[in-house]
Design a protein. Structure first.
Length: 117
């Protein structure tokens, strides 16, 4: 399975912003749906957002209106812009490709986001 590379995490104060990047060595990000997931310490991994092959987007209720998923096909990168961050957004964030709603890439190393209150 192809693995993607996440980056852009860090430490930010509540109310701040971060932009996460998801990159691949091939053009798979343009030809597949891409989803972001996150896993907080001691909790199950949860879905955050998805962008389809035609760039339609869907979001978990917990991030709707604050996070934006987008694709730069020329750079073969998918972004997750996170605004108005809350301490409960603290987690490791992962991206995957999806086909037919099913994961089609391996889980990468993730990128850690910590939001301080």
């Amino acid at each position: 399975q192809v693995q993607l590379v996440e980056s852009g995490g860090g430490l930010v104060q509540a109310g701040g912003s971060l932009r996460l990047s998801c990159a691949a060595s091939e053009s798979i990000l343009s030809n597949n749906g891409v989803a972001w997931y996150r896993q907080a310490p001691g909790k199950k991994r949860e879905w955050v957002a998805t962008i389809s092959t035609i760039s339609s987007t869907t979001y978990a209720d917990s991030v709707k209106g604050r996070f934006t998923i987008s694709r730069d096909a020329a750079k073969n990168v998918v972004y997750l812009q996170m605004n108005s961050l809350k301490p409960e957004d603290t987690a490791d964030y992962y991206c995957i490709t999806v086909i037919g709603g099913l994961r089609s890439s391996g889980w990468g190393q993730g990128t850690q986001v910590t939001v301080s209150s």
